[in-house]
Design a protein around this ligand. Structure first.
Ligand code: CA
Length: 176
């Protein structure tokens, strides 16, 4: 399936050039010319990757990046001009995956996009927490709580309680 790329760039020439390059490379594209426009588009459809210009009227790239990061892990590549070194750091701090300096080499941009699209973000850690009403067992920390109170249990009691909680929806025999 073709990846869908959102281009957030206020300069029509650069935006148009990006559309041409990306479509020739087999991507589908959509364009936003400001942060506000990008936010509206993002409500309608979620792209696979965002190319985000740093210097935009209104919301700048860093602010847009922070806002997107609150909602989503979409890969974001920032487009920065050569003299925006400090902003580049801020861009990465704000959650961008990578940046490309303008004027960019097409091959470099496409290569960085491929890397960003391929990068598999780590799955959220599944926590071993079991609950039953007020009772909480955190099996990673080996902690038992009733409400806010930590309960001390022997190893055997702990194991039994954990076993019961894990199978709370299953009827157990006395032996089990
Ligand atoms: Ca710009």
């Amino acid at each position: 399936m073709q990846s869908y790329i959102m281009i957030i760039e206020d300069e029509p020439d650069i935006s148009g050039l990006l559309v041409k390059i990306l479509q020739e490379a087999g991507y589908r594209t959509c364009q936003a010319f400001s942060g506000t426009e990008a936010e509206l588009l993002l409500e309608k459809s979620v792209p696979d990757l965002i190319l985000l210009d740093l210097m935009l009227p209104g919301l700048n790239g860093i602010e847009i990046c922070r806002r997107i990061r609150k909602l989503s892990d979409i890969p974001i590549i920032m487009l920065t001009a050569k003299d925006e070194v400090i902003d580049k750091v801020a861009g990465l701090d704000s959650g961008a995956d990578d940046y490309v300096t303008k004027p960019f080499a097409i091959e470099e941009l496409l290569a960085r996009m491929r890397v960003a699209l391929k990068r598999v973000r780590p799955e959220p850690v599944v926590k071993n927490i079991y609950t039953c009403e007020d009772l909480v067992i955190d099996d990673d920390k080996h902690l038992v709580k009733v409400g806010e109170n930590v309960v001390d249990l022997t190893k055997k009691e702990y194991d039994l309680l954990l076993y019961l909680l894990k199978s709370k929806n299953i009827v157990l025999s006395r032996e089990q």
